[in-house]
Ligand binder design. Structure first.
Ligand code: AMP
Length: 214
């Protein structure tokens, strides 16, 4: 199955994608994680992408599309994939339909007023990559699952979050029209969009996603 998780930053895409990809046995591909890893390793893509991630803006389409095209050509993606954070513009979606068209697109919806608190409070374990809200941590520096150290993403600061939310509404939200078949660039007569309420407990969101995919 070829799947996409859409939704604003902080909707829970990463957490849900980890669970659903393990359940469906398809690779979880997060373009944000790919960029962060490229930045850590100072690759040419990382050097190009860093200024955009720091500012909370989208990396140019050509850079992201080339990176995803290369990743999807790998052997583990031939029977399916779960893309988290890609596409984020209609032009990326059109390119993906040419590379390897998704079967279903899950849009995880959460209201803006909930997202700022979710993102400013988000902490990530550097060992197991688990994501937690600071209010749920007994020790704000230690992962409750594996005991690893937890950190805050550089772009989870209020000013950068506002830029990311604006980018979402202006550039990514139109994908809802694209995948439901209502955009002029949509594939004719095709509705691949499944909407899920992301404002529930993570295990309930997980169940809702599996139910909508059945
Ligand atoms: P994420 O981890 O998905 O929140 O992504 C973190 C950052 O990586 C975003 O704010 C963008 O700067 C960049 N990024 C990730 N995916 C994309 C994409 N599909 N298109 C453009 N920029 C992206």
């Amino acid at each position: 199955m070829k799947l996409i998780f859409l939704g604003p930053p902080g909707a829970g895409k990463g957490t849900q994608a980890a669970g659903v990809s393990a359940h469906l046995r398809v690779p979880h591909i997060s373009t944000g994680d790919m960029f962060r890893s490229a930045i850590r390793n100072a690759t040419p893509v990382g050097l190009e992408a860093k200024k955009y991630l720091d500012a909370g803006e989208l990396v140019p389409d050509s850079v992201v599309i080339d990176m995803v095209r290369e990743r999807l050509s790998m052997a583990d993606c031939q029977d399916g994939y779960l893309l988290d954070g890609f596409p984020r513009t209609v032009d990326q979606a059109v390119a993906l339909d040419e590379i390897s068209a998704p079967d279903a697109v899950v849009d995880i919806q959460v209201l803006d007023e909930r997202l700022m608190d979710r993102l400013t409070g988000r902490r990530i374990c550097e060992k197991c990559s688990g994501t937690f809200h600071i209010s749920k941590l007994a020790d704000e520096h230690i992962c409750p699952v594996c005991g690893g150290a937890v950190y805050q993403r550089d772009d989870d600061q209020p000013e950068t979050i506002s830029v990311r939310l604006r980018a979402y509404h202006e550039q990514t939200e139109p994908l809802i029209g694209y995948y439901s078949g209502q955009d002029q660039k949509s594939r004719p007569g095709e509705n691949r969009l499944k909407i899920v309420n992301g404002d529930l407990k993570p295990e309930d969101v997980f169940r809702a996603i599996l139910a909508t995919l059945e």
